[in-house]
Ligand binder design. Structure first.
Ligand code: NAP
Length: 316
């Protein structure tokens, strides 16, 4: 297997011939991003390809936004099955597709592209990946939960909020530093929360201010708290939420996986709440992409081991 940490440039692609390239095995899948070096996707997809006896490599390609269309048509010509797209290319990806599924259209973002009969097909596995992750981590379906999303106005928060709406969760509280973004999202979700059940009205969907007062009014009445903001990646980040607002009945899901134990997770553990980090979401969104490309079940355990091997154990 090639060096999983290597990332390629667009110019490298022009030197490749179909099915050969510079690799031991032909590159057939990729992740586009800028930057992309940090991506762990090859660490889960390459073992999966090997495990399923598929001859090919999954590689990282740094693609600047302006070169997205060029890069996409290059890998299509080279015979790739498709590509993942990460920051900041999920919007470019949406626009470059011939067909985009309903969920990705609503999210305004595509993270999985496949080439089918000459057409470019887009979907988004982030939301469904989170649903599977919650089921795996907490043995419960997200639709049975009252959910609060911190950072609902970011790209990931938006995808997850839309997925929650499509899953028809019990209730949804949107929290975002820039409250206008959460309000805009809420207006897009209103119809999902108006159903013919008289007991389930629009109040199942709320936007609150990201303040101690705002959080205090709602937090006791939610089951699942999701951190979809980038707060917590660095130890110098401001506090996401005060520990004394957390309660033992809370399920806490931090989409951040590096560090594996953010302050939110540590606070949750110390008050007796159940917690999980974003590695399971990363895994399951990858598994769903794999299923999209190959129309077969992904070897999830093999992919999980690939990810775990890639993440350095942290000394806490
Ligand atoms: P993004 O689009 O840049 O959104 C960032 C979010 O964080 C926004 O809601 C932003 O609020 C908020 N934020 C940033 N700094 C803040 C601060 N100082 N105080 C309060 N809120 C702040 O990024 P993204 O792509 O959604 O990613 C967000 C996080 O999710 C990242 O940590 C990323 O690694 C993680 N993620 C994990 C997975 C996974 O598979 N586990 C997948 C995707 C993303 P404003 O709107 O006010 O700016």
């Amino acid at each position: 297997m090639n060096n999983l940490n290597k990332s390629y440039e667009l110019e490298d692609l022009s030197k490749w011939n179909e099915g050969s390239g510079t690799e031991q095995r032909p590159a057939i899948l990729s992740v586009f991003g800028d930057p992309v070096k940090h991506s762990l996707s090859p660490n889960m997809h390459n073992p999966a390809l090997q495990n399923c006896g598929i001859d090919g490599e999954y590689i990282k390609i740094r693609v600047p936004e302006d070169n997205f269309t060029q890069a996409l048509s290059k890998i299509k010509d080279l015979g790739f099955h498709g590509t993942n797209c990460t920051i900041p290319l999920k919007f470019e990806a949406l626009n470059a597709c011939d067909h985009v599924d309903h969920a990705a259209k609503r999210m305004g973002a595509v993270n999985t592209i496949s080439f089918e009969n000459g057409k470019v097909i887009g979907s988004n596995s982030d939301g469904p990946g989170l649903v599977r992750a919650i089921r795996e981590e907490f043995s419960i379906d997200i639709r049975d939960l009252r959910v609060m999303i911190l950072g609902a106005g970011g790209g990931a928060g938006r995808a997850v909020a839309i997925q929650c709406a499509m899953e028809k969760v019990e209730s949804l509280v949107l929290v975002n530093r820039t409250i206008e973004k959460a309000k805009q999202l809420s207006s897009e979700l209103e119809n999902d929360f108006m159903d013919d059940n008289i007991h389930k009205g629009p109040s199942r969907l709320k936007v609150i201010e990201w303040s101690k007062l705002g959080l205090t009014t709602e937090i006791s009445d939610v089951d699942l708290i999701i951190n979809a903001s980038s707060l917590g990646m660095s130890s110098s980040d401001p506090e996401l939420i005060s520990q004394n607002l957390l309660e033992p009945h809370h399920l806490i899901y931090d989409m951040i996986y590096s560090p594996s134990k953010t302050k939110l997770i540590r606070d949750g553990i110390s008050i007796g709440a159940r917690t999980a980090n974003g590695l399971s979401m990363l895994l399951h969104q990858g598994a769903i992409s794999f299923e999209t490309w190959f129309n077969q079940e992904a070897p999830v355990e093999v992919m999980k081991k690939g990810l775990e091997d890639a993440i350095q154990p942290e000394i806490n």
